[in-house]
Design a protein around this ligand. Structure first.
Ligand code: XMP
Length: 496
């Protein structure tokens, strides 16, 4: 009953995740027992097989730190100067699990309306007040919603309303110690301060509650240096060698060579160069969608491949350039070759629910890379705003004209052409809360999918795939409709 992946994907069609449906297996273990450990590259194992995309509306330091905190990894984008990108890597690597290492501060002369603005844009309801309004200067007060809730004159300076009976802790104490002090203090924030009272880090009651209340968030991804694993993307131009050098100096653990079509002499040269000059740094090649592209990058020394051409939610590459492949087909075909050569595959783009992650991992990918799925989280760059009553963030393709104008055209031009052609769009995504909550819940749903398939681990999925023990079918349009919510007048979509 059913068809193996090899049978389905040997047809002349290009399929994507929604086209196929997996057949259930036999359950003799709980979902919690499913082990999602998986390889990001030849040398890096992640507890959570999720990766944030190197896009300027997805991954900067807060996202990279949060992804590492939940056992995945983030790749810092390169739509910035080499020094700015290196600084973001350093910042992500210097964060400590559970703490906010760059809290927003205001000066005593800021107004209550500035606090309102922060609340709307960032969602904070308490703010630290320091002597000159920067982190690193002396803490003088805290404003919480209780201080300002009923104040009618929002132009009042915060010095007049801030609480000054502060409870602080010395910088550098452990998360456990700090949590104990915060709980006992009954305050909403515990600032960690240096010897002269300067702000160093912050522990928030909401983060602590989240950590204690939600399912285990997994073991953080930490490198040999004892710090978060952090990745970064670079282009494949000669000048990117200098950027690569700065990233390595900043402590980056793994780099992605970022091209929309990675099967090029530029990328092969860059991979060989990086492997020769920085043998301790793993390098990821791509993007590719077929095995003939993949083999070139594997031979050049890629430690993993990024698979997906035109599958991203904001991509227009397939329409503009007529190249690409349905993502399920691309993942299966490239993984079949890459896995036989012990090179892990990252399924990049097109992930919009936990079922897509289950499908990517059971079709041969070792990890999934996500853009839109993460762009509406607290940790993504940019501020929230309201539109038609919904709380949104901006999300844009790196090939959109807006992003290219800021520098990402290296991914799409690759030559001396000065003409920019959009290969992506710019749009908005809905608020999804914190990555620290979203990823653990999503991973629990993925574990339930593995349980339904009778698969105890990503490794078990791999051997079941190659021995033809996972069966599936292609769904007709009507079957896909039936598989989604249908027949209701209205409903509210809540994921957890
Ligand atoms: P999702 O579906 O997760 O996809 O939002 C993210 C992936 O899309 C790719 N990407 C682009 N592809 N034009 C494209 O054709 C673009 O402007 C663009 N920007 C990002 C990229 O691989 C990313 O990880």
């Amino acid at each position: 009953d059913g068809w193996t992946a090899a049978e389905i994907f040997s047809r002349e069609f290009s399929y994507t995740y929604d086209d196929i449906i997996m057949h259930p297996g036999y359950i003799d273990f709980p979902a919690d027992a499913v082990d999602l450990n998986s390889r990001l590259t030849k040398n890096i194992i992640l507890r959570t097989p999720c990766v944030s995309s190197p896009m300027d509306t997805v991954t900067e330091a807060p996202m990279a730190a949060a992804m590492a905190a939940v056992g995945g990894i983030g790749f810092i984008h390169y739509n910035n100067t080499p020094q700015e990108q290196a600084n973001l890597v350093k910042k992500a690597k210097s964060q400590r699990v559970g703490f906010v290492s760059d809290p927003v501060c205001l000066s005593p002369s800021a107004t209550v309306s500035d606090v309102d603005g922060l609340k709307n844009r960032k969602g904070f309801s308490s703010v630290l007040i320091t002597e000159d309004g920067t982190i690193g200067s002396k803490l003088v007060g805290i404003v919480t919603s209780r201080d300002i809730d009923f104040l009618s004159d929002r132009m009042t300076e915060v010095r007049e309303v801030m609480s000054v009976d502060l409870i602080t802790a010395p910088a550098g104490i452990s998360l456990e110690e700090a949590s104990g002090i915060l709980i006992k203090s009954k305050k909403s924030l515990l600032p960690l301060v240096g010897e002269s009272g300067e702000v160093v880090e912050l522990l928030c009651r909401t983060d602590l509650k989240r950590r204690l209340a939600y399912p285990k968030s997994g073991v953080p991804s930490v490198g040999k240096d004892g710090r978060f694993l952090v990745g970064a993307a670079v282009g494949t131009r000669e000048s990117d060698k200098q950027r690569l050098g700065l990233l390595v100096e900043a402590g980056v653990n793994v780099v992605i060579f970022d091209s929309a079509q990675g099967n090029s002499s530029y990328q092969k040269e860059m991979i060989s160069y990086a492997k020769k000059i920085y043998p301790d740094i793993d390098v990821i090649g791509g993007n590719v969608a077929s095995s003939h592209q993949a083999i070139n990058l594997i031979e050049a020394g890629a430690d993993a491949l990024r698979v997906g051409m035109g599958s991203g939610s904001i991509c227009t590459t397939q329409e503009v350039c007529a190249v690409g492949r349905g993502q399920a087909t691309a993942v299966f075909q490239v993984s079949r070759l890459a896995n036989s050569l012990a090179v892990p595959v990252i399924a990049d783009g097109g992930i919009s629910n936990s079922g897509h992650i289950v499908k990517a991992l059971t079709l041969g990918a070792s990890t999934v890379m996500m853009g839109s799925f993460l762009a509406g989280t607290d940790e993504a760059p940019g501020d929230f705003f309201y539109q038609d009553g919904r709380r949104l963030k901006n999300y844009r393709g790196m090939g959109s004209l807006e992003a290219q104008a800021k520098g990402s055209d290296t991914r799409y031009l690759g030559d001396k052409s000065q003409m920019r052609i959009a290969q992506g769009v710019s749009g908005t995504v809905a608020d999804k809360g914190s990555v620290l909550r979203l990823i653990p819940f999503t991973m629990h749903a993925v574990k339930q999918g593995f349980q339904d398939l009778g698969l105890r681990s990503v490794a078990a999925a791999r051997s079941a795939l190659s021995s033809g023990n996972i069966t599936m079918e292609v769904r007709t349009g009507a079957a896909q409709k039936e598989g989604g919510v249908h027949g209701l007048v209205s409903y509210e979509k809540r994921h957890f």
